[in-house]
Ligand binder design. Structure first.
Ligand SMILES: C[S@@+](CC[C@H](N)C(=O)[O-])C[C@H]1O[C@@H](n2cnc3c(N)ncnc32)[C@H](O)[C@@H]1O
Length: 342
């Protein structure tokens, strides 16, 4: 628009209407995931009519018809005659937690109480919370959304760190700091069979989940687990590499935690931070990835932290004497920053 032209109501209204439309599509997808509608569509190669979906899932036919048309509007599916056919790759994106492209979990996490509802309830008091006060469903949801971050990090992201693949092929000690429910440890064990593994998290319930996951996979004896804050990491044996997945921004004292991480590495060992690259410009905040991250920040604020721009990790690692810094953008909401202990 030229500088002399005034912005009109007609210019501005579509911005708001797009948000309402996005909300309707979001609710449609989350509901479709919970009710099994998207899974049923994924299983129907020739597509399915809304009546067939209703019968299969024991849902009300009229309501399913309403859902199907909204799913069509959301470009989740298209119609062939009276049959709804899931759009390409939606099954992977929404239903496959093992895919690096999985985003289905984010829809569900966004609708949990801890995300926006609790924030609004305590808007006045600003009452904070910690992980041990969140629900098991929340921990499960977060670990589901963290999983594709681990899938991209291990081994693809780590292989971008110079020489690390070769180092780990011969064995070594890998520490997952803030390991949560253990998806990362499981993947590390699978991809670096010669390495010893350590998982540390400040939340006892998450460590219990990790323990269970690792036992079920039959690899509990390869992994040492600790419930402790990263600010008091204090590990006995030096690590070849320390990773942190979508958690570094949560440290109560990020400098103290980084000092501990530095000291826990062997000389030449690497620290790899895998995190959301929070936008540091107004344009970035207004972008689609930026808006998703501003959404996530509603939870982060409640546990008293702030997502950080990727460059903040360059400053952090430099401040603590790390060298050979590098970085990579894995997706618009996922970046790595690494540095080496001299
Ligand atoms: C967003 S979750 C991510 C968990 C896991 N890395 C994943 O991607 O699934 C953040 C985790 O960091 C842990 N955490 C946050 N701050 C911590 C700290 N200062 N010390 C230890 N653990 C911490 C929490 O308990 C929680 O399990």
């Amino acid at each position: 628009m030229g500088s002399g032209e005034a912005t009109t109501i007609q210019d501005q209204a579509p911005r708001l209407l797009a948000h309402i439309a996005g909300y309707a599509s979001h609710r449609t997808i989350a509901m479709g995931l919970r009710a099994g509608l998207i899974e049923a569509l994924a299983g129907a190669e020739e597509g399915a009519s809304s009546d067939e979906l209703a019968e299969q899932l024991d849902l009300d036919p009229y309501y399913v018809d309403v859902w199907c048309r909204s799913a069509l509007g959301a470009e989740l599916c298209h119609r062939e005659g009276d049959r709804y056919v899931l759009a390409p790759h939606m099954d992977t994106l929404l239903l496959d937690p093992s895919s690096p492209a999985y985003v289905g979990g984010v829809f569900l996490v966004y609708e949990q109480r801890e995300m926006f509802d609790r924030f609004e309830q305590v808007f006045g008091s600003g009452e904070r919370l910690w992980w041990d006060e969140t629900s098991p469903e929340w921990i499960a949801g977060v670990s589901g959304t963290g999983r594709p971050f681990y899938t991209r990090l291990i081994p693809g992201g780590l292989s971008q760190v110079p020489g690390l693949d070769e180092q780990l092929a011969d064995g070594g000690r890998i520490v997952d700091t803030a390991c949560g429910a253990g998806h990362g440890l499981l993947r590390l064990a699978e991809h670096y069979p010669e390495c010893e593994l350590v998982g540390v998290d400040g939340d006892a319930y998450s460590i219990q989940l990790a323990e269970k996951r690792l036992s079920e996979a039959g690899i509990a004896d390869r992994v040492e687990l600790h419930v402790r804050p990263l600010e008091d990491l204090d590990l006995d044996d030096p690590a070849t590499v320390i990773v942190n997945n979508i958690s570094m921004h949560e440290c109560r004292d990020i400098d103290r935690a980084t000092r501990q991480i530095h000291d826990a590495l062997e000389p030449g060992g690497w620290f790899v931070v895998s995190d959301f690259p929070y936008p540091d410009t107004d344009e970035g905040l207004a972008s689609v990835p930026g808006r998703i991250m501003t959404g996530i920040q509603f939870f982060e604020a409640q546990i008293d932290d702030q997502l950080l721009p990727r460059s903040a990790y360059d400053d952090l690692l430099t401040r603590h004497g790390f060298t050979e810094l590098g970085s990579a953008e894995l997706t618009p909401v996922h970046a790595l920053t690494w540095g080496r202990r001299p």
